[in-house]
Design a protein around this ligand. Structure first.
Ligand SMILES: [Zn+2]
Length: 159
């Protein structure tokens, strides 16, 4: 049995206010929004991670997200937005179904992400080089480290 909350929304088993739907993607209003108009953009088929999406679908998803952002920035009750994606538990991914959140913002909304500003790391050159090499090596795209599935998610594949 699939217990994924987002799959229950994409299948219609749980209601949510839909904004957009096509064969592959769904946008709905988050039922517990950070601000009114907070949208969730996700693939209809269950994917625990963005990395298991076909690149063309991942591109479509992010394009749709930015189109939503443009719309939210023009809404009478907001003038800008945050785009948020969490990959993995420690990044705050509470639901193991890949999704992007679009949060409309206005100066008086009282919400803050709580960024911190560490000192510039002494080894930042090593990090930059390591990342640069990863970006130049397409073989790494979709490797095992990208996956965050858990044992109970094999059941979710039968959706
Ligand atoms: Zn799901």
């Amino acid at each position: 049995m699939n217990t994924c909350i987002y799959c229950k929304i994409t299948s219609g088993a749980t209601s949510a206010r839909e904004v957009y739907r096509d064969d592959e993607l769904l946008v709905f209003l988050d039922p517990s929004p950070v601000n009114p108009g907070h949208c969730v953009v996700l693939p209809i088929r269950h994917h625990a991670s963005m990395f298991s999406l076909e690149p063309s679908l991942r591109h479509r998803l992010f394009d749709l997200a930015f189109r939503l952002g443009r719309a939210l920035a023009k809404h009478p009750d907001s003038d800008c937005f945050n785009l948020h994606h969490a990959h993995g538990e420690h990044a705050g991914q509470a639901i193991r179904h890949a999704a992007v959140h679009l949060i409309p913002r206005v100066g008086t909304d009282g919400f803050a992400f709580g960024w911190r500003m560490l000192s510039r790391p002494a080894n930042e050159g090593e990090m930059a080089e390591w990342l640069s090499q990863k970006l130049q090596n397409p073989v790494d795209d979709g490797d095992e480290a990208d996956e965050i599935e858990t044992a109970d998610e094999e059941d979710d594949e039968d959706v």
